[in-house]
Design a protein around this ligand. Structure first.
Ligand code: FPP
Length: 254
């Protein structure tokens, strides 16, 4: 039986700079077109009935880029929040952020928190931006939280399970992504959702992010439909049953 539409799609949006260079444009112009694709893919995900869309917008490592580029990206995010978030919220989306939000400028943090607060009672697509995000740091932070609980005697070390760790990640309330898309052909995970993508299907396209249109997104979903998901089992389909593997691999979260 073909896979249905994935509940949770995560995307590493890569290649803005290379796309811009190929067009004879400035890197930052690539990021500008990248924002248009963000809007297009959010809309497409909504229409396809996807429940969670997680976009890697800025990694903890991205702070090492030239100051001007970092400032430009932060400015883009800020103007995206000013101009576009209202529509997203009106369209019943829940806006969410994962990552070390405290690294961002206070004004930006305020806008992000406001968008999260205003949209929290919506019931549609959950759009998560990973900002100043590092998966290793996320796992480390979860370990620290669990260790604190253990020191307080709230949990026994022998009682720590995969579920405990999942519940202490930023993504505690989400199912694990079934599909991870990366644009621009790089064969890397780049410190993104390392724990959560254990059983995700990978889809790597040569298209640069500014070229990743709705049609390209649909191709990725079609490709996913044809994948055989075995969850370590020998029999396809057995593990994807709600009552067994899928729930187990995503920590029982739905
Ligand atoms: C990778 O391209 C992309 C990023 C570092 C950031 C992704 C950002 C956007 C899509 C635009 C901002 C989004 C919002 C919502 C405001 P790259 O610069 O690494 O490309 P390269 O690998 O070709 O240099």
């Amino acid at each position: 039986m073909p896979n249905a539409i994935p509940q949770h799609v995560a995307i590493i949006m890569d290649g803005n700079g290379r796309w811009a260079k190929k067009q004879g444009l400035l890197r930052v112009q690539g990021h500008e077109v990248g924002v248009q694709r963000v809007e297009e893919i959010i809309k497409a995900a909504q229409e396809k009935g996807i429940r969670f869309l997680t976009l890697y917008a800025f990694s903890k490592e991205n702070w090492r880029r030239p100051k001007e580029e970092v400032e430009f990206l932060m400015g883009l995010l800020s103007s995206y929040l000013d101009k576009k978030i209202e529509v997203l919220i009106k369209n019943n989306c829940i806006f969410n952020v994962i990552g070390e939000m405290g690294d961002l400028a206070p004004t930006l943090q305020k806008k992000l928190k406001q968008a999260m607060e205003t949209s929290k009672h919506n019931t549609g697509l959950v759009v998560t931006f990973a900002l100043s995000y590092s998966s290793r740091r996320e796992i480390l932070r979860a370990c620290q939280k669990i260790a604190e609980q253990a020191v307080r005697g709230a949990i026994q070390p022998s009682g720590i399970t995969e579920e405990t760790l999942s519940r202490n990640l930023y993504t505690a309330d989400m199912p694990d992504p079934e599909l991870l898309i990366r644009t621009s052909g790089e064969m890397r995970i780049s410190n993104f959702l390392l724990w959560q993508i254990s059983y995700a299907e990978l889809y790597i396209t040569q298209k640069f992010w500014p070229e990743f249109t709705r049609d390209e997104f649909e191709k990725a979903l079609e490709d996913y439909k044809g994948r055989e998901r075995r969850f370590g089992d020998t029999c396809p389909g057995r593990g994807s049953n709600e009552s067994s593997g899928a729930r187990a691999v995503n920590g029982g979260k739905t």
